[in-house]
Design a protein around this ligand. Structure first.
Ligand code: BES
Ligand code: MN
Ligand code: MN
Length: 453
């Protein structure tokens, strides 16, 4: 038996309570009303890293929320692993849909309910506890560097600057991230790809002021109607995206690669049932796993305009808005796609309205190697603790900084996530299974052990 097993068993309760404390801090990066809490969360993470045994722990100021750094360099001949995670969380709204308050973590049915429980506090904190375990039991086999940021959920733009300015300090052999999901606990998996993102906002302006919909209605184009039509035209009858040039750079998988993907254990009926939909939807010619893994998408994230308050107001609004995001796959580029989208909307807009398109944060897609020593160590670690070999999967989500690890630091990443897609990330009642939390803490030391062998 590994020397660390007992230590983990004896400290289980404390490991869980510390996570609960972290989850009580509402570190919502997008909302400036939580700036003081976000700062306090960074201090808490730094304190926990110090306690676990990290040296040179520092709260690094940025133009936005701080980055927490710490390291343990024990032997120059050992591999050095940069562990990345994020302590910031998504806004908890809509609050009324939570069964228990988002920042009062509650355990029900073996799940920790709280904003950030799975994304990403519960996941990066497993690394802090695995590190503590190895320090206390003298089982360290690798040098570790921790970089836990506070702006992942708002695009990580200051972290990019931090990477460029700290290349020497961040020098490592690879990056290890737990911020993704597995297929299920019965079918462990490792994500080997992340999609990129281009996030746009569209503003459609019709008449120069809101109008009485009876007096003017019928003679003036309604910007909501115009916007709705433009949006509807973005997918054709096969659910292909109609933005000119959108697919030009998409890498198509070979028949062999697709056949390999088709072996992934997956049940469309169960998936639909879980989501409460009668039938699934998507690009013709592709399976659900392909639609979320290897194909790009265009999604409406929000749409508003006119009157949305209580009761009825007869108005022909001056403006209508939409937030639209596109998930990208290799070799699409977020700036290029943003430009194509802008041109497309400007082209299809009728002359009855004016259209203004702006781009929010973006990120590039990545595919991570499966033939590296680090991937093999993750594979073996999971196989050891789950008793089953993990399957490689292409993830649908985005972690924009991962592409920059390669571009700026020249480092490949291993995405050893322990979440589940059903953890309700970004949704009300986000949760993380207590089982997964401890399974992660158990698995991570094996990763370092195998990597060093
Ligand atoms: N951890 C998620 C990404 C994720 C979740 C990847 C599940 C794979 C499986 C991350 O925190 C996230 O939410 N990213 C955002 C992008 C960001 C720019 C706001 C996303 O994917 O929407
Ligand atoms: Mn995350
Ligand atoms: Mn997230």
């Amino acid at each position: 038996m590994e020397a660390w097993k007992n230590y983990q068993e004896e400290n289980k309760d404390r490991f869980l309570n510390e996570l609960m404390d972290l989850l009580r801090i509402p570190s919502v990066s997008a909302d400036s009303r939580f700036n003081a809490d976000t700062e306090r969360c960074a201090e808490e993470v730094a304190a926990r890293l110090r306690e676990a045994g990290a040296d040179k722990v520092e709260i690094c100021k940025t133009a936005g929320h701080p980055i927490v750094y710490g390291e343990k360099i024990m032997n120059a001949t050992w591999p050095t692993v940069l562990v990345y995670g994020h302590y910031d969380v998504q806004p908890a709204d809509p609050l009324e849909l939570w069964h228990t308050p988002p920042f009062e973590p509650t355990i029900r049915d073996g799940k920790i309910y709280a904003r950030g429980s799975a994304d990403d506090k519960g996941q990066f904190y497993m690394h802090v506890k695995a590190f503590e375990t190895m320090m206390r039991t003298n089982t360290m086999t690798c040098n570790l560097k921790f970089m836990i940021e506070g702006e992942e959920e708002v695009g990580s733009s200051n972290l990019g600057t931090f990477l460029r300015e700290n290349k020497e300090r961040l020098k490592s052999d690879l990056v290890l991230v737990s911020d993704t999901s597995m297929l299920s606990m019965e079918n462990p998996s490792i994500e080997v790809g992340l999609r990129g993102l281009a996030y746009m906002e569209v503003e459609v302006t019709g008449p120069n002021r809101d109008l009485h919909s009876g007096v003017y209605g019928g003679a003036v184009a309604n910007p909501i109607t115009v916007l709705a039509k433009m949006i509807a035209s973005c997918h054709d009858e096969n659910n292909h995206i109609t933005v000119q040039g959108f697919y030009d750079k998409v890498v198509n998988l070979s028949a062999e690669e697709r056949a390999e993907m088709a072996k992934t254990p997956w049940d469309d009926a169960e998936y639909a049932k879980d989501l409460g939909v009668e039938s699934l939807w998507g690009e013709k010619g592709y399976s659900s796993i392909e639609r979320t893994g290897i194909r790009p998408t265009l999604e409406l994230n929000g749409i508003w305009g006119g009157y949305t308050g209580e009761g009825a107001k007869t108005v022909l609004p001056s403006k209508a808005f939409a937030k639209i995001s596109m998930r990208l796959v290799p070799n699409q580029n977020s700036d290029e796609i943003a430009a194509l989208f802008t041109k497309h909307f400007e082209t299809i807009a009728p002359n009855t309205v004016k259209v203004k398109v702006t781009a929010h944060h973006g990120g590039e897609p990545v595919v991570t190697p499966t033939d590296s020593k680090a991937y093999k160590a993750a594979h073996r670690a999971i196989e050891t603790t789950f008793g089953k070999a993990p399957i490689p999967t292409r993830g649908g989500g985005s972690i924009p900084i991962v592409a920059l690890f390669e571009e700026v630091l020249g480092l490949k990443t291993v995405l050893m996530g322990f979440g589940l897609d059903s953890d309700a990330l970004h949704s009300p009642n986000e949760h993380y299974h207590v089982f997964n939390y401890f399974k992660g803490i158990e698995t991570i030391p094996y990763f370092f052990k195998y990597l060093a062998e």
